[in-house]
Design a protein around this ligand. Structure first.
Ligand code: DAV
Length: 376
């Protein structure tokens, strides 16, 4: 645990602004939970190929551009609703995006595509203090995803939030490496080591889920969907009040940091045993304890088209004592209890099939926190 010496209050807030969150662990008051209604399978292009495994390509080839099969949508929608009910029972205000038909096609001067979903608000939105930032995501299927959140954004704006949209990428062909070779995991390892990804540096792009927040210090990774220019935009935008650090992991296929590296509370970070962090000394020097996640329990035949079994790490922290963990990840329950957490189990595996778990499907709007620093 960190002592008060490591945790320095930088500002004090009496009444919390409507949008207010500086980290992943302070007491949660309001949250957006995504939805799968209207979801469309993305068309199979270079970016989808780079983030999925060959054994799943048939799914995108068969359904790309069409609504998700009903038999996948229904159980996921039920689990999301139950998750909302649990959050409300824990005293959290839950908001949902609008329902949009993501299968309608669109054409810009640079490309044509169909959409994806509003299931993963963590990918598109990040809250830093009282500012909510819409991320310039890299997938063409996500160009118009912001539309599902506009009702909420306008509402938060009227209640005093600072609302920012990062420069929208053109998503012209120059943003992508169409020759990115990805037939094998070895290819991917080699390319990731070289810092080569399916997105180029043509223009800034990032997914908000590649950022994790520890007060004044934000940690971001270069991934298949977040480029260096995107990180530069974020750093320049946030200015001197924040420090944006880039982390790199031994990961053949980085996309979103929240099943790789998860700060749990001041002085404690959860890491992925398959994806060691090259800069872990930043945390050790700051006096943080580093703990490694235990093995996931998801069966090999579970349909996971866009993510990995490490979704077991994609937990949601309600406050430094309470954490939501997937119901069947029993080794993780034990692990969190040993760390002093009360575990709230919620069944969520049908949502996994859409590519995320509790952290991915949410965007915390308000936590009872203020800007602090934690020893970095
Ligand atoms: O398996 O690392 C996790 C997050 C996807 N939104 C993975 C992906």
């Amino acid at each position: 645990m960190l002592t008060s010496e490591h945790s320095k209050r930088l500002a004090s807030t009496k009444t919390l602004p409507i949008v207010n969150s500086y980290n992943e662990w302070d007491t949660l008051q309001e949250i957006i939970v995504g939805r799968v209604e209207g979801a469309c399978v993305p068309q199979f292009d270079a970016t989808i190929k780079a983030n999925t495994y060959p054994k799943n390509w048939w799914f995108f080839q068969k359904y790309g551009g069409r609504p998700y099969p009903q038999e996948l949508l229904e159980p996921a929608s039920k689990q999301l609703n139950e998750f909302c009910r649990v959050l409300e029972g824990e005293g959290v205000t839950v908001r949902r995006p609008d329902i949009i038909d993501f299968s309608s096609s669109y054409k810009t001067p640079d490309f044509e595509a169909t959409g994806l979903y509003a299931a993963m608000p963590r990918d598109i939105l990040t809250v830093i203090g009282n500012e909510i930032i819409e991320a310039p995501m890299a997938w063409r299927a996500r160009f118009f995803e912001y539309r599902a959140y506009r009702s909420l954004m306008k509402e938060y704006l009227k209640q005093g939030a600072k609302w920012t949209t990062a420069p929208k990428p053109l998503m012209s062909d120059e943003l992508y490496d169409f020759d990115y070779p990805i037939e094998t995991v070895e290819d991917r390892h080699e390319l990731a080591e070289l810092g080569r990804f399916v997105t180029t540096e043509f223009e800034p792009c990032f997914d908000a889920a590649d950022i994790t927040r520890c007060g004044r210090d934000l940690f971001v990774q270069r991934s298949q969907v977040t480029n260096k220019l995107g990180i530069t935009w974020l750093r320049n935008h946030l200015g001197d009040r924040f420090r944006v650090h880039t982390l790199k992991f031994q990961d053949p296929n980085p996309m979103h940091i929240d099943a790789t590296f998860v700060p749990l509370r001041p002085g404690l970070v959860l890491t992925n045993p398959d994806r060691p962090c090259y800069q872990i000394d930043i945390f050790k020097k700051a006096g943080w304890d580093v703990v490694t996640a235990v093995q996931p329990t998801l069966p090999d035949n579970w349909p996971l088209y866009m993510s990995s079994k490490w979704l077991c790490m994609n937990i949601l922290i309600l406050d430094p004592k309470r954490v939501i963990v997937e119901k069947d990840e029993e080794p993780m329950h034990k692990f969190f209890k040993n760390l002093g957490f009360e575990v709230i189990p919620v069944a969520f595996r049908h949502v996994y099939t859409f590519g995320g778990s509790f952290h991915c499907v949410t965007c915390d709007i308000r936590r009872d926190s203020q800007l602090e620093e934690y020893g970095f």
